[in-house]
Structure formats: structure tokens, C-alpha cells
Design a protein around this ligand. Sequence first.
Ligand SMILES: NC(=O)C1=CN([C@@H]2O[C@H](COP(=O)(O)OP(=O)(O)OC[C@H]3O[C@@H](n4cnc5c(N)ncnc54)[C@H](OP(=O)(O)O)[C@@H]3O)[C@@H](O)[C@H]2O)C=CC1
Ligand SMILES: O=C(CO)COP(=O)(O)O
Length: 346
Amino acid sequence: MEKIAVIGAGSWGSALALVLSDNSHEVRLWTHNKSQAEEINHTHINSKYLPNAKLPNEIRAYHDLKQAVDGVSTVVLVVPTTAIREVCKQLGEVLNHKVTIIHGTKGIEPKTLKRVSEMIEEELPRKYYEEVVVLSGPSHAEEVSDRQPTTVTASSNSIAEAEKAQDLFINENFRVYTSPDMIGVELGGALKNIIALGSGISDGLGYGDNAKAALMTRGLAEIARLGTSMGANPLTFIGLAGVGDLIVTCTSVHSRNWKAGSLLGKGNSLDDVLNKMGMVVEGARTTKAAYQFSQEKKIEMPITNGIYRILFEEAKPKDVVDQLMTRMRRHEMEDLSNILNNKYSS
Ligand SMILES: NC(=O)C1=CN([C@@H]2O[C@H](COP(=O)(O)OP(=O)(O)OC[C@H]3O[C@@H](n4cnc5c(N)ncnc54)[C@H](OP(=O)(O)O)[C@@H]3O)[C@@H](O)[C@H]2O)C=CC1
Ligand SMILES: O=C(CO)COP(=O)(O)O
């Protein structure tokens, strides 16, 4: 059994720590919040981020990063995208040996348009790891911590590292596949959050299942268009990290992105919504990044652009829907055949 540090004690870090502990690994859960570490050690509950789960007694919470990573074989990074660079810099200062790095963070950085693994590579000296692994797929923390059946994908440029992550996490409730398409797996997890915001907005406006199915389907076409232009394999987007995560995030009451969207659809401003949520809503910053990319590379992303205008330009959700519905008529599959014929070369 391995010694593993999980960095970030939000909902997802706590749920992944629980899976690893169920697999009999020695799990250290690091948080930058001292009182949260004390709460977890004394009560085995993470009352702010995962209140309904009893964490296994064996999980030990740490506030000292150096102690948390001392002698571990694996570091699982699960902080929000905004914190990745800062936390990796801190890790570089306290690590003194090579580890397997796995991340579960779903976002793209605005301005640089970097994926999470690229940010890690920029901040954490390469001598401390071989290749980053990403773990992604349809997996709400609330259900994982309730040990309900869940499937995810581990991807890395090193198949050996992806298989190591698979070995560490897989159990009868948590099935882990592997994929060599790191770009597609990271982008699928990040970009579906934009469409989940849209799905919430649609529900907040009072629209029904037809509208949601349209958003998900045409949203998936946008994800694939942007993803393949960044080098992803289009087939990844019909897998767990693509349509799988899109379905769960657009349709589940657990989704923070969906919840934030539904508040926006009811007329709240983005600032009010983010204040109310109290948990990370990754889709907002990722919308900014995807909008920027679509403008720079002239990639058609009407849903993403509409959501950008609602979030950052005070466009009225109903007006955006009207504009989407009255766009110039077109053939449904033409962009799909473009993706398959022209844009993707492996
Ligand atoms: N929740 C889920 O079901 C899933 C989430 N994810 C992804 O996992 C990532 C983390 O999300 P999640 O755990 O849900 O987020 P939460 O909002 O539940 O928790 C975020 C955690 O990160 C901490 N944090 C914030 N900033 C920093 C920082 N600068 N340094 C250290 N810690 C920091 C917060 O601490 P504090 O309280 O002090 O702010 C909090 O403990 C996101 O990218 C999300 O998309 C992926 C799959 C499922
Ligand atoms: O990524 C997730 C489930 O797979 C969690 O989505 P939210 O961040 O919207 O809650």
C-alpha cells in the first residue's frame, strides 16, 4: 500500500481521499485552512465542502505541506484552477524526491489558455515527476463519497503513469479507465462546465428538456470543435471525459456550475451568484478562456459566446436564447465532418 498526499480538501479532494483510503492506502489530506484540518482530524467530517460524508478515521488532515508530502509516492492535486500555480510553487519548495503527480482539476486558464497539466509543468520542476496524470469523468463528489457506482478516465503522456493512477484508485465502486489523449481528457472536463452553466441558465429561465438536450448536443459540437483545434482526438469527446461528464454536469442538482447557471437564469448577477455559491464554479473562468480562444482562432462557438455575454457583458439570458434560435440556418453535421476530415490528424 502507498503513502499518498491529496492536496486540497474541498469536495473533490475529500471524496478522492476517501476512495484511496477505501483502497487501504495511507492518505494525508492537505488543506491551507488550519481549522479545517483540525475539524477533519477530530470529527472526520468536512462540514463546509462534503457535510454528508463520514471520512474514514485513517485519513489524516495536514496543514503543513512539507509534512504532508514527506515520503509519499503520489501527490493528488485537487485545488481549483486559480490555485494550481501557487500550490505547485509551494510543492516545489518542499518536495525532495520524485513522485507520481495526478490532478483532478477541471479548468483552463484565461489569457494563457493553458490546461492544468501545462500549468503544473510550468511551475513544478521536472525532476520531481515523470509525466502528469489527469483523472476526469462524470463524478460528483457527493455520490463518490456515498460509494455509488462511478466511472472515470486516467490519462497521461506516459501510459505507465496513467496505469499507476488506475491501480491506485480502482475499486468495485470507482471504475477507472485509461486514455492516451491527455489534451482531450483535460479539455472535455474543463469545457463541459461552460455548457453546464448554459443548462442551468436554461432551467432558470423555465425552459424544458428539449432546450437542455439542444444545449448539450450543440454544446458538445463546440467542445469537439475547440478541442480538436487544440490537438485532441475527437473520439475522446464521446467518452467519459466528454459526453459522460457533460451529461452528469448538465443534469445533476449536485453540479455547482448548473446551480450557478440556474441562478443566472433567474436574473441574478455573476458576482451575486459566485458569492452565494461558496464553492468553486470553474465554468466562469473557463468561459472567458474558451471565448478568447474562439475569437483568436476564429472558431465558431455561438453557445459559449452567448454564455460569455451573459456572464461578463450583462446580456439578458432570454435575449441570448432568442439570438441562438434565430441564427442563420445551416446543415447539422457540416462541422462534425470538418472535425473528422480536416482538423484532426493523429
Ligand atoms: N466537486 C466535484 O464533484 C468535482 C470537482 N472537480 C474539480 O476539482 C477541483 C476542485 O473542486 P472542489 O473540490 O469541488 O472545490 P471546492 O469549492 O469544494 O473546494 C475548493 C478547495 O480548494 C481550496 N483552495 C482554494 N484556494 C486555494 C489555494 N490558493 N491554496 C490551497 N487551497 C485552496 C479551498 O479552501 P478554502 O475553503 O480556504 O477556500 C477548498 O478547500 C475543481 O477544478 C473542480 O472542477 C472534479 C470532479 C468532481
Ligand atoms: O465535474 C464535476 C462532476 O464530474 C463537478 O461539476 P461541478 O463543478 O459543476 O459541481
